[in-house]
Design a binder for this molecule. Structure first.
Ligand code: ADP
Ligand code: MG
Length: 226
């Protein structure tokens, strides 16, 4: 991101919720975004993920500027290159775990058999081997969130974005899910960007960026300041 500023309203006096943010994230790294409520974390995530277009500045992904793209192209790129894990899984209650995980592939035109065959080993690596036929209602919160992680990985994304992925889990389950998310992203070569207000969650990532009033006020590697 270079010189990224964002206002939700277009008039000149609208407040900038992000101001001239400069940020480079190396491929394959895991980054936590922290900061108080209202500091701009979700906005930053949505800009990086191409959900929002910035008011000013550029956001480059694999040589392409997301800020300069049409909404249609950005949507296509988002579907092809990015994976998302939401706070409470957002799984479809009537589908078994393996079909929930396979859904992005099926929506992209892959047959159900092929899509499920692709996600089964991912689910197994996440410790869900015996549960692939269970519906979300038959899974614990932590298990359901691991299905959501498998779904985010199904399309082999370059980046996984997630906003408070453990927010609905108790802290020990949340910590376990976070470790699995980081390990699964690394195993798939995906970059990981995690918004969280939980220092324990952030501690699992290799780098933490702190926002305050729409500006980056700290940027630390896991082993210390950089
Ligand atoms: P955080 O995720 O750190 O809590 P957000 O990125 O959600 O912060 O919000 C940053 C600021 O932008 C807040 O002041 C919030 O009220 C404002 N904001 C967020 N979404 C919208 C929106 N859709 N329209 C107008 N203002 C918004
Ligand atoms: Mg938020």
């Amino acid at each position: 991101m270079r010189g990224v500023t964002h206002r939700y309203r277009t008039h000149a006096t609208a407040p900038a919720v992000l101001s001239t943010v400069n940020l480079a994230i190396p491929a394959g790294s895991s980054v936590a975004v922290m900061g108080p409520s209202g500091s701009g974390k979700t906005t930053l995530l949505h800009l990086m993920a191409g959900v929002l277009r910035p008011s000013e500045g550029s956001i480059t992904w694999r040589g392409q500027d997301l800020a300069a793209m049409s909404d249609r192209r950005r949507t296509r790129l988002r579907r092809a290159d990015f994976g998302f894990v939401f706070q409470s899984g957002q799984l479809l209650p009537e589908l078994p775990a393996e079909e929930n995980a396979a859904l992005p592939l099926m929506l992209g035109g892959t047959s159900r058999t092929e899509a499920v065959a692709h996600v089964r080993p991912i689910l197994q690596r996440l410790g869900l081997a015996g549960m692939t036929r269970r519906r979300p209602g038959e899974l614990s919160g932590g298990q359901a969130q691991r299905v959501a992680i498998a779904r985010a990985l199904a399309g082999s994304p370059g980046v996984i974005f997630t906003d408070e992925p453990t927010g609905a889990l108790d802290s020990s389950t949340g910590a376990a899910v976070m470790h699995q998310l980081v390990a699964a992203a690394a195993a798939h070569g995906a970059t990981l960007v995690v918004v969280t207000h939980d220092a324990q969650v952030a501690g699992v990532c290799s780098r933490t960026i702190t926002l305050h009033d729409g500006r980056i006020i700290a940027d630390h590697a896991a082993g210390g300041a950089r």
